[in-house]
Write a protein that binds this ligand. Structure first.
Ligand code: KIV
Ligand code: ZN
Length: 386
């Protein structure tokens, strides 16, 4: 058995902040139910103080979904916290995710405050949240760029005040994997009461490193990972749930980490979120993209047809994807053409295949992709028996 990592999904909060991706309450409930079936441990359902609609969605999600912990975001303000507590009142297991800036850039320029004042606000927020929900998570915003010793003081102070989980966000997606890993290790080694809480990784993808950074945090002692379906989120997005979970699964012997995720639901929920949020998934997106299990070059197709694992590290069925596909293009080889022709009913001798392949290349040079109907056209009128 590996070390259990808790999966905190923020598709409905950080993910929903993407312009044009807003969902109504009914749609949010559909996504929350799918996240429940997927097996996430925590659903961040919204930011109740932000609008009456978001408040209402959090209330309705707590009524519709009871297995995972339902979490709501707040600023480190008493009014926000009380409103979130109110929105979470029906939750079987409720969590408030409160926090404040931890880097000097945030403290001086955004909050126009001082480190000491910020520490006081952080502690007060945790104490207030403790009164209204079952669990409290504290986020040290912009922890990636915070002074390390001050960050450790903040983490220690909020744990002392009662935080159950402390989130160390790389809010701007700035860190490199080993830097983020070292930051988590530093906190694990230098915060005296670290055994009373767990650390959480929350990474943004501005440099395309969110998944790598999350894994580095988990390797160095973080026990919770925050992510979104399809990696949606502010700017370049958040850690993609499907990526970080499948990386843990594929490398479970090396990493010794496991989650409660039902992998077969990954592709279906990706499609659901993409449809409801009207946000297409890029074709080459890991795990859930249209081309994630498509093979188009001759060398790859030949290897794949001899043994699937030559070019596939995941069985598509394991993540709920359709079977792997062989895409016929001008880069395809004889083996792929022969395979496709046989699948649609044409059994060719070696000479016939050579002739058909020459004609196929002519055709493929003019088409982006050769479909079955093009192959039927190629075969029509030919002497080849069907
Ligand atoms: O990226 C971030 O810092 C956040 C916090 C609100 C947790 O989303
Ligand atoms: Zn974020």
């Amino acid at each position: 058995m590996g070390k259990r990592i808790f999966v905190f999904d923020t598709t409905l909060r950080d993910g929903e902040q993407v312009p044009g991706c807003q969902l109504n309450t009914e749609e949010k409930i559909i996504v929350a139910k799918a996240l429940d079936e997927l097996g996430v441990d925590v659903i961040e359902a919204g930011f109740p103080v932000s609008s009456p609609g978001d408040f209402n969605s959090v209330v309705e999600i707590t009524k519709a979904v009871t297995r995972p912990t339902i979490c709501a975001l707040t600023r480190a303000k008493e009014a926000d916290i009380n409103i979130a507590g109110e929105a979470l009142r029906f939750a079987k297991r409720s969590r408030i995710h409160t926090g404040i800036g931890s880097s000097d850039i945030h403290i001086e320029h955004k909050l126009r405050s001082t480190r000491e004042n910020i520490l006081e606000m952080a502690v007060a927020a945790v104490k207030q949240a403790k009164k209204v929900v079952h669990e409290v998570e504290f986020f040290c915003e912009d922890a990636g760029r915070a002074d390390q010793a001050f960050l450790a003081r903040m983490v220690e102070a909020v744990i002392e005040a009662g935080a159950d989980v402390v989130n160390i966000p790389d809010t701007t997606g700035y860190m490199l994997p080993w830097q983020y890993g070292e930051r988590i290790k530093y906190l694990m080694d230098n915060v005296s009461n670290i055994d009373k809480a767990i650390l959480s990784a929350h990474c943004h993808n501005d440099l395309g490193l969110a998944t790598a950074n999350s894994l580095a945090a988990l390797q160095n002692g973080a026990r919770q990972v925050e992510c979104t379906i399809n990696g949606i989120g502010e700017r370049a997005g958040n850690t993609a749930l499907e990526e970080v979970v499948m990386a843990m699964e594929c490398h479970k012997e090396t990493l010794g980490l496991e989650t409660g995720i039902n992998h077969k639901k990954l592709v279906p929920i990706s499609h659901l979120v993409s449809t409801l949020m009207r946000m297409q998934v890029q074709s080459n997106k890991a795990i859930v993209g249209r081309n994630a299990f498509a093979h188009s070059s001759g060398i790859h197709q030949d290897g794949f047809l001899k043994h699937r694992e030559t070019y596939e590290i995941i069985d598509p069925a394991a993540v709920g994807a359709d079977s792997s596909s062989i895409i016929l293009t001008a880069r395809s080889g004889r083996a792929a053409l022969n395979h496709r022709l046989a699948t649609i009913g044409y059994m060719l001798s070696k000479d016939q295949l050579d002739q058909a392949y020459t004609q196929f290349l002519d055709m493929a040079d003019h088409l982006r992709k050769v479909e079955d109907e093009n192959l039927h056209e190629l075969m029509r009128g030919k002497v080849y028996a069907k």
